[in-house]
Design a protein around this ligand. Sequence first.
Ligand code: FPP
Ligand code: MG
Length: 320
Amino acid sequence: MGKTYVISRPVRKELKEAEKKIYQLLDGAPIKIRESVSETLKAGGKRLRTVLVLLSAMAGDYTRGAALDAANAVELVHLASLIHDDILDEADNRRGRPTINYSHGYKLATAAGDYLFGLAFQLLTDYHDNRVIAPLSQAAMELSLGEIMERNFSCRYNQSQDDYFTRINYKTASLFKAACQIGGIIGAVTDNQRLLLADYGYSLGMAFQIYDDILDINGDEDTLGKPVGNDLREGIMTLPMLLARKNDSDGLLKSALVNSDGNTIKAAIAFMIESGAVTQAKSVARNYLDTALSSVAAMDNNRVKSELLSIGEFVINRYS
Ligand code: FPP
Ligand code: MG
């Protein structure tokens, strides 16, 4: 198990309550969906997006029912997107457990993802506040755009760093940002505090994804629960590859992008580490994190500031 973040007892209590509610919600689902999604839920996960909604709501006046529903809505969209991603990737395991598409087939997995997606939005309908629904629907569209973009850019050696940053904004930062915005709205924070929360969520998400891409190169396979080099094998150019490209005069990276034999991938990974590209990517992640932390620093004093900061540090010090 990788390093996890430390949250205070009151937040841990809310997180547990949110998890309990998700299982209760699944009680109303058809049995096959309930069973398959429960297996996926039991595999764990960091529940970072849930915690971001909860903490952002606690930055203002915390209303329990609304905060738990909103936190679960965001987590369910995330879960739905992972289930659909595993279908598209034809992945057989996630977080060390068989995926739904592997155990139950892609048809059930598609239905399960769709069901969770619908459930997520149903959870928000009680609040009659478009400001809660809008960020989540926006993020859901951006998740799909990220997925489409990743596939369109697959195996393309010539792409810009901007292409990469746009992609990771869509695929990861958008939902982190939405989590913080929605929490802030539920907590009725001021407009200025909400903007700071949104900036925090965005920058944290960018740092998170860059670090995730770094772990795909230098992470520990047992902790990650998957082999390193997956991005290269799938033809996905990440920041370390884009940074190493200027030294790729022998075309090693270029060939690794389209040729996934073990030795080529291994050599490309060693090249990215030795050329300093991984270290440079870490410093880009650190810059995003610093921006996230400065948004928190600019917030009014509130009871969750220190926890928002510590989640930030966790994001780039984690092992998985
Ligand atoms: C996992 O990342 C995948 C995502 C963050 C987003 C996937 C989005 C979709 C499938 C679009 C559909 C979305 C909705 C709203 C249902 P990764 O592929 O980088 O990492 P991993 O496969 O190694 O976990
Ligand atoms: Mg994937």
